[in-house]
Design a protein. Structure first.
Length: 58
């Protein structure tokens, strides 16, 4: 005897996780990288040295 399993009629509305590889985390990471790059350019412009020289690594 076979019985039909009823299929769900609606999709659950689950909140997207804030950690891991998802759209939110990747967007946040991209924005942080852009801010860091701009800060690095500003350091090089205002000090007249590269970032490695500014950190004392060259």
């Amino acid at each position: 005897m076979t019985t039909e399993v009823p299929q769900p009629t609606t999709t659950p509305n689950l909140e997207e996780p804030k950690f891991g590889f998802n759209y939110y985390a990747e967007r946040l990471n991209g924005r942080a990288a852009m801010v860091g790059f701009v800060i690095t350019l500003a350091i090089e412009y205002f000090t007249g040295q590269g970032l490695l020289a500014w950190l004392g690594l060259s």
